[in-house]
Design a binder for this molecule. Sequence first.
Ligand code: PEP
Ligand code: MN
Length: 346
Amino acid sequence: MLIMMKSHATSEEIDAVCRKIELMGYRAHPIPGSTRTAIGITGNQGPIEAAAIEALPGVGECVPVSKPYKLVGRELKEETTVIDLGDGVRIGGPELAIIAGPCAVESREQTRTIAAAVAAAGARLFRGGAYKPRTSPYSFQGLAKEGLEILAEVRKDFGLKIVTEAIDVESIELVEHYGDVIQIGARNMQNFSLLKRAGKSQKPVLLKRGISATLDELLMAAEYILAEGNYNVILCERGIRTFADHTRNTLDLSVIPAVQRQSHLPIIVDPSHGTGRREKVLPLSRAAIAVGADGLMIEVHHQPEEALSDGNQSIHPLDFEQLMDEIRQIASVLGRTVAPGSARKT
Ligand code: PEP
Ligand code: MN
């Protein structure tokens, strides 16, 4: 059930409704909208006695929820959520969020070289895994805390916001301490204890679509995070497993408008994991922006052939600069922007 407050409801009236819901033994989730506040209710097993709430001052109407999710849906909040990371960096607003960097933090020098290049091209967020969920236990697993410290230096020295992955409930504490956005990877999309723990974090969460997840499964995974009180979730399409074998995964760009119809959460696209092939990253980045994504996550490496993970899909900094130039033009057609770069063209 959703409680739609009247547009002129006061904060005292909203608080009183939340208190009433909590007294009934449920959890209240007040979500301010542009015209009025909606309050989601979770924690109930069966139907909720609406009459007691409806009678309270400031309440407009009690609306039953028709979807299996309550907090991620547009029924609760009409306008797209904009996540503010500070220093003018927002995800979900008119400026596209471009997250770029290596698959993994390999060394201080490697990380700083790539950070300098992507910052100069206009990226405002930096990616790089310090904990890597690898298919083989013998592959490079990441530098862990040392990697997070390198990322913190990158934030300080290059002014980039840090997006980095937590692979389990053990690693999330350090990740939320050092990072600006906690990434939850495709393999962990239904790791419910990790989702609940991320829901208790103060940091926004970037939730990647599972390797074979449906749209509803993705939204329900996000719901786990919101249900714990963290409303700052960014969804990410990163390709799904299909019978096609000309790419690593099949990038499902049709999910973007489908998500936008159902959910107020911002959604970005990762064409690097989505295709697994360097030469496909630029064309699918163009398409992702054209289809209406709120941003991109791109793997960039200055020596892709030497990369310790995902070299095949990592693009060179010069190609990243070209990508940024092209998506800047596509974005402008759609009334969106991409931060300017400082890199000079030769
Ligand atoms: C990554 O972003 O490096 C990653 C491991 O992605 P995914 O979880 O989408 O495979
Ligand atoms: Mn990767």
